[in-house]
Design a protein around this ligand. Sequence first.
Ligand SMILES: Nc1ncnc2c1ncn2[C@@H]1O[C@H](COP(=O)(O)OP(=O)(O)OP(=O)(O)O)[C@@H](O)[C@H]1O
Ligand SMILES: O=C(O)[C@H](O)COP(=O)(O)O
Length: 487
Amino acid sequence: MASATAPTTLSLLKTAASTSSSSSSSSTTRARVSLLPVSSAGLRAASIGRLGFAPADPLFSHHVASKIRSFGFGKASRAVVSMAKKSVGDLTGADLKGKRVFVRADLNVPLDDNQNITDDTRIRAAIPTIKHLIQNGAKVILSTHLGRPKGVTPKFSLAPLVPRLSELLGIQVVKADDSIGPEVEKLVASLPEGGVLLLENVRFYKEEEKNDPEHAKKLASLADLYVNDAFGTAHRAHASTEGVTKFLKPSVAGFLLQKELDYLVGAVSNPKRPFAAIVGGSKVSSKIGVIESLLEKVDVLLLGGGMIFTFYKAQGLSVGSSLVEEDKLNLATSLLEKAKAKGVSLLLPSDVVIADKFAPDANSKVVPASAIPDGWMGLDIGPESVKTFSEALETTKTVIWNGPMGVFEFDKFAVGTEAIAKKLAELSGKGVTTIIGGGDSVAAVEKVGVADVMSHISTGGGASLELLEGKELPGVLALDEATPVAV
Ligand SMILES: Nc1ncnc2c1ncn2[C@@H]1O[C@H](COP(=O)(O)OP(=O)(O)OP(=O)(O)O)[C@@H](O)[C@H]1O
Ligand SMILES: O=C(O)[C@H](O)COP(=O)(O)O
């Protein structure tokens, strides 16, 4: 019964992609973007060339920051302008020289048992904003969390970050042993123009995550103005990401934060078409919001990872002992129906790599998606699916990827994920905008060694997911709006 059902299931899922609205949507956007005020030079450079927008594109960064509330293009351009966020690039040298600037970054990097940084991506990503500030004579008070400490925890001290930060900035960064209090105040007072003081882990105080207003006031009292560049933590309303903005004016976005918004909101809301999304990962329940949101925008949706078995089961296929969320079967069916109704070409893998146990040394074989025997579990997409997915991506102009295609941590089941990473690298080389949504997909892309060729690799896991779901990020909403320009 299962094998007889498979072709029907798959052909049902391959509904024709509708791209008819694409040209009108992009021309509308160009007209609208040209109404917006000129903004930060750094972001202009980031947008041009990589996203390949039209001549008015230098203005895009302002625009997309505003889209955080209004995912989609239904609102009047005047409203769009009024919600744009102010950028650090909008501040002049006079605004910065000699000023104490509180910079919230996300330097939550992985450390090994010897406290060595194993991936410095987030530190490198924070450098442009800090350099811009020190080059303009500001005194930078740098703040971040590391891990999820409960109170003061030596293994979560920021001391291991100082050498790499100093090396990348070309100056000796001073570290405080606390994030508030008289000792910190003394260090701030002795900070020279162009100097950087790294505060100790902000999460050593429970008041940070509680967004305690008194605590936020203490942090804010250290500085004259605020820059939020912590995209990875922008989905948290904490004292150093949200609370401080009530006490520091101006409160503006850093270059990294805006670049993330440019891609994850801008390129996704206003994509060059055809626009494809690849969604994987373990469970459909953790990606419902993303899938539903993307179904409103994409022409092609490719699903992989553990979540596909819930879709298969919902279609009456046997899935062996693969991961299935029994309580999400109806949801899977309704997502498939929604895709069909919207004319989105939704593809599920036609073959899978199955294993006799969840282990790196499991026995494995490739079977049609409709023929998973009892006692076996699907841990990767199969070669036929890789081919079909690659073909479906061939003509796209924008691709966003969130979540691995299989258990990529085990080499034997990393083939599908790595093949997709390589395909995206190839497309990127041909000018396709490729956006990797954070977390495990980024790890997979890095493992294959193709991170550098992608258009954008997000530094935020949870934050990028929430943004793709169309949620508001409190760390962004709290920032000052750009000066509106009459339209
Ligand atoms: N077929 C599968 N069966 C079980 N687990 C799977 C399967 N395919 C992928 N996974 C697991 O899913 C996990 C990632 O799922 P998760 O939903 O957390 O994605 P994610 O971390 O949100 O992805 P990203 O961070 O890229 O957005 C990986 O650890 C991977 O091993
Ligand atoms: O690693 C992350 O996703 C960010 O640094 C946020 O960390 P959190 O999930 O502990 O808030």
